[in-house]
Ligand binder design. Structure first.
Ligand SMILES: NC(=O)c1ccc[n+]([C@@H]2O[C@H](COP(=O)([O-])OP(=O)(O)OC[C@H]3O[C@@H](n4cnc5c(N)ncnc54)[C@H](OP(=O)(O)O)[C@@H]3O)[C@@H](O)[C@H]2O)c1
Length: 336
């Protein structure tokens, strides 16, 4: 198999490259060369995909599959798809559950309504960029295109900072505000499971849209935070706090307390999507304990300094805000 990865040096793209090499595939990447060299066996093509003339380096090759992790202007996905349509069998795009019209429906499958978007757009918000890119790729590849609509992606090399924040918070020890309920069901995907599923899908000739995350409840807030506490040495003490109290303390779900979306949150559908299509097509999700353990090992290997995508704000709760919310929680109803 000959695989081309557009991107391939960051988080998800790196996992795809590593999975391809593990299978013995011939792997080529196309990016600007700013990131790490993932493996010397990779054939590296350099260029800026926002400059159409740079796509000339793709003009020669033929590939069985292309995996694209693009999240910028759809016109870049349009141009790469058009340039490759005659020489690549299948185009797999790492898309997002954000393409669904907000709020994402509880139990929604791939037929749920999507946001309005244009395949030629130069700009837009994240959902429109992702959906516009899907449309651009579909226009060139038709039923040879696959859209893997991921939710929260976790695992080693995460550059969004969600699981790294929880791990580093537990590592600091002391009393930790654990947003409840502990049995709150989560849905996410380990980047390595996403990569494996994508390349299996490429081999199997799958196409169309798939929600590619774990089943809801594969992990819970409790199993996630317990795993984080244990791998970091167990010095942290979890205090489970009622969602209403967290809200009244002015603490934001998802951004201040990464991954957490309480039961009545309007975006709760992000943890309760229907994922049976991807599971029927072979999706397997490793236990949350493995994702947490491997992510912690990676954080230790980089001196606990996780990278952050330049276009994002680092998520996480300020220590003083956490202490204040816990103090009010312990003060009981009168003090809250
Ligand atoms: N994180 C989540 O929870 C989440 C959830 C759902 C979906 N997703 C999707 O998952 C994907 C994440 O992919 P990722 O982590 O591998 O990478 P990414 O951050 O989307 O892209 C980075 C890669 O693209 C290359 N790149 C960036 N700008 C470029 C340009 N102008 N021309 C050519 N190459 C360029 C980078 O290398 P150079 O800088 O060297 O060019 C790097 O290899 C995204 O599509 C995101 O929308 C993420």
């Amino acid at each position: 198999m000959k695989l081309l990865v557009l991107g391939g040096s960051s988080f998800v793209g790196r996992a795809v490259v590593e999975d391809g090499l593990r299978r013995g595939w011939t792997v080529t990447t196309f990016n600007r060369g700013r990131g790490a060299v993932v493996d010397e066996r990779v054939q590296r093509l350099l260029g800026d995909r926002l400059r159409r003339e740079d796509l000339a380096v793709l003009a020669e090759g033929t590939w069985d599959s292309v995996v694209d992790t693009w999240s910028g202007a759809p016109r870049a996905a349009r141009d790469s798809a058009a340039a490759l349509a005659d020489r690549v069998t299948r185009y797999l795009y790492v898309s997002s559950g954000s393409v669904y019209a907000p709020p994402p429906p509880l139990g929604g499958d791939e037929s749920a309504a999507t946001v309005d978007a244009a395949p030629d757009a130069e700009d837009g918000d994240y959902p429109a960029l992702k959906r516009g890119s899907e449309l651009a790729i579909e226009a060139a590849f038709g039923d040879r295109a696959l859209f893997a609509r991921a939710g929260a992606i976790l695992g080693p090399h995460e550059d969004v900072g969600r699981l790294p924040w929880w791990l580093l918070r537990m590592d600091r020890g002391g009393e930790v505000l654990a947003p409840g309920p502990a049995d709150l069901a989560l849905q996410y995907i380990d980047a390595r499971d996403l990569a494996r599923w994508l390349l299996d899908a490429a081999s199997d000739g799958l196409s169309g849209a798939f929600n590619v995350v774990s089943r809801s409840g594969h992990a819970t807030m409790g199993t996630l935070l317990d795993a984080c506490r244990q791998v970091t040495g167990g010095t942290a003490r979890l205090t489970w706090v009622d969602p209403g109290h967290v809200h009244r303390a002015g603490i934001q779900a998802w951004s201040d307390l990464p991954i957490w979306l309480p039961p009545d949150h309007e975006y709760r559908g992000m943890h309760e999507a229907d994922v049976e299509r991807a599971h029927a097509a072979g999706l397997e999700c490793r236990p949350v304990q493995d994702t947490v353990k491997d992510t912690w090992q990676w954080l230790l290997s980089i001196d606990k300094q996780p990278p952050l995508r330049p276009d994002l704000e680092r998520p996480g709760l300020d220590a003083a805000a956490e202490r204040a919310a816990l103090a009010r929680w312990h003060a009981g109803p009168g003090g809250r």
